[in-house]
Ligand binder design. Structure first.
Ligand code: SAM
Ligand code: SF4
Length: 340
């Protein structure tokens, strides 16, 4: 049951928060489930949400459509591992066809990419981020607890063969686990003609595999390490998000740094998230949210009410996060349910 399109009359600049930031980008966690158990993301014995508690595919589509109606032009599908959710490809095909959406993009651990790359391309997914923390099979397994490096590398090759607009590797860097591999990972990105971003670990959810403060490795440390082998040229390029980009002289590869601790990026924040449970989350590092699932289930088909709730939620967007890697996490939700 859909709301008629005629009732829609919000301007495309409806989503502006109290600090004048325009929200035009939404990250959707379409499942909290995952076939990996990365040590920075989950505990080994992670319990997933009961199915009834997570949004249905139809509800995710309704929410996507409401955001696009309100001027959002970029949607990222993430999770959990989005490609393990049954029906994910069909959902992406429907979202990818929404008029007004400029970019449908995906973040994946790559485990299912080999078999899904062609369908993703057909679904109009433009760009793919693949998480890859190590090029050493044993280390890769230790960081993901169960992942198979070969499977992910084959997935990257399959995506390359499909010719997506851009493929980017995301690497979470932890001291004494993979910090000594950053140059090798950049060399890999150069060889594949793709981009790479290094991420500082964020204190989301209680995890049991390592001590976050002890294994913190800053973007400045990574940059210093890389500068021994590569010439990093500062770049003004931005995706409107937290990544600071550098070009590598003589290559097509861009190196990005996502540095929540060492370089705050909140001033230009243009995004919100929808969790697997349907909470519209206004900031990764705060709990301000609106329960869209409850609203949808109480008022099926009322797209007008949904859009108004999203507009109203903008007033809740906090100015900035307050992550502190040295303290116990104040945010108890894990990244997999969050739309990271
Ligand atoms: N499963 C997919 C993947 O791994 O790419 C998509 C979801 S995952 C939560 C999205 C991104 O969040 C990945 O690049 C992952 O490395 C990153 N991530 C997970 N937990 C994190 C944490 N505590 N701090 C920083 N990045 C994290
Ligand atoms: Fe799964 Fe991605 Fe979290 Fe790793 S980072 S456990 S692949 S959701």
């Amino acid at each position: 049951m859909y709301m008629n399109a005629k009732a829609y009359q919000f301007p495309s600049t409806s989503l502006i928060d109290r600090f004048g930031r325009r929200v035009n980008y939404v990250r959707l966690s379409i499942t909290d489930r995952c076939d990996f158990r990365c040590i920075y993301c989950m505990s080994e014995t992670m319990e997933f949400l009961p199915r009834a508690q997570i949004l249905s595919l139809e509800e995710i589509f309704e929410i996507s459509r409401a955001f696009v109606d309100l001027g959002v032009n970029k949607i990222r599908i993430t999770g959990g591992e989005p490609l393990v959710r049954k029906g994910a490809l069909d959902l992406m095909r429907r979202i990818g066809a929404l008029p007004g959406l400029r970019e449908l993009v995906l973040t994946t651990n790559g485990s299912q990419l080999e078999k899904s790359a062609a369908e993703l391309k057909a679904a109009k997914v433009k760009r793919i981020n693949v998480s890859l923390d190590s090029l050493d099979a044993e280390r890769f397994r230790q960081m993901t607890r169960v992942g198979d490096l070969g499977q992910v590398l084959r997935g990257i090759d399959a995506a390359l063969a499909e010719g997506f607009e851009r493929i980017k590797i995301n690497t979470v860097v932890l001291k004494n686990r993979n910090h000594d591999e950053v140059a090798d990972l950049v060399a890999f990105a150069i060889a594949k003609k793709i981009d790479i971003s290094f991420i500082e670990e964020m204190p989301l959810g209680i995890i049991d595999g390592h001590n976050r403060a002890e294994e913190y490795y800053s973007s400045d440390d990574i940059r210093r390490d890389l500068e021994k082998s590569f010439r990093l040229l500062p770049s003004a390029e931005t995706t409107g998000g937290p990544t600071r980009y550098f070009r590598l002289a003589g290559t097509n590869t861009r190196v990005g740094f996502i540095s929540p601790h060492s370089h705050n990026f909140c001033g230009t924040c243009n995004r919100v998230r929808v969790t697997a449970e349907g909470r519209l989350l206004l900031c990764l590092g705060n709990e301000h949210s609106v329960d869209l699932k409850r609203m949808l289930r109480a008022n099926p088909g009322d797209a007008d009410r949904l859009r108004k709730a999203i507009i109203k939620a903008m007033a809740l967007k906090p100015e900035r996060h307050h992550f502190n890697i040295k303290a116990q996490p104040i945010i108890l939700r894990h990244m997999n349910a969050t739309g990271g």
